[in-house]
Design a protein around this ligand. Structure first.
Ligand SMILES: [Zn+2]
Length: 178
């Protein structure tokens, strides 16, 4: 009796899982085609099945900097939030009910929102400019979007100067936010 119950439970689980997979991947109707995509030279490959089951999400332009090998693990999470402007600045803290002074801790003049920190603020702008100078990069500092675009292009290059620039950028974003 127990065996029957267990078997039924297992069968139910398998059927439920099948339904979920069909719903998630919309493979009803072209299952054979999907199974074909999971094979290589006539053999099933778990790697191909895994990749096929991953949700197909749009690629983001800033992945090159976030996934760069030279970014210190401590800075990675911040660097993942920053391009999406999701780092907690004053405005975001207030949205969740945390009351803190509005003034920028660096310059005491502007309101410490994300765009001010990166890089409307004269102090953070000056600091970033000095770091660029130290790196030997003579470029004019732009808006946050322009800087992200620039560093993502830099992250695609495979040379020492680009790697150092990426790791310095990651460290700078982390330290300014902190
Ligand atoms: Zn400021």
């Amino acid at each position: 009796m127990d065996t029957h119950k267990n078997a039924a439970w297992v069968v139910r689980k398998i059927i439920d899982s099948r339904k979920k997979v069909i719903q998630l991947q919309n493979i009803q109707g072209d299952l054979h085609q999907k199974l074909g995509q999971m094979q290589s030279q006539g053999k099933f490959q778990i790697k191909k099945a895994y990749c096929l089951l991953l949700p197909q999400l749009p690629r983001v332009s800033w992945k090159t900097i976030v996934l760069h090998r030279q970014i210190h693990p401590r800075f990675e999470f911040n660097l993942w939030l920053a391009p999406q402007k999701r780092l907690f600045a004053i405005d975001r803290l207030q949205k969740i009910g945390i009351q803190v002074p509005m003034e920028c801790v660096f310059c005491d003049r502007g309101v410490e929102i994300f765009d001010h920190l990166f890089f409307d603020c004269s102090v953070t702008r000056g600091l970033c400019g000095r770091l660029l100078q130290w790196l030997g990069l003579h470029i004019t500092l732009g808006t946050w979007q322009e800087e992200i675009h620039w560093i993502c292009n830099m992250a695609q290059r495979r040379n020492g100067a680009a790697s150092i620039s990426c790791s310095v950028f990651g460290m700078m974003v982390y330290c300014l936010w902190q």
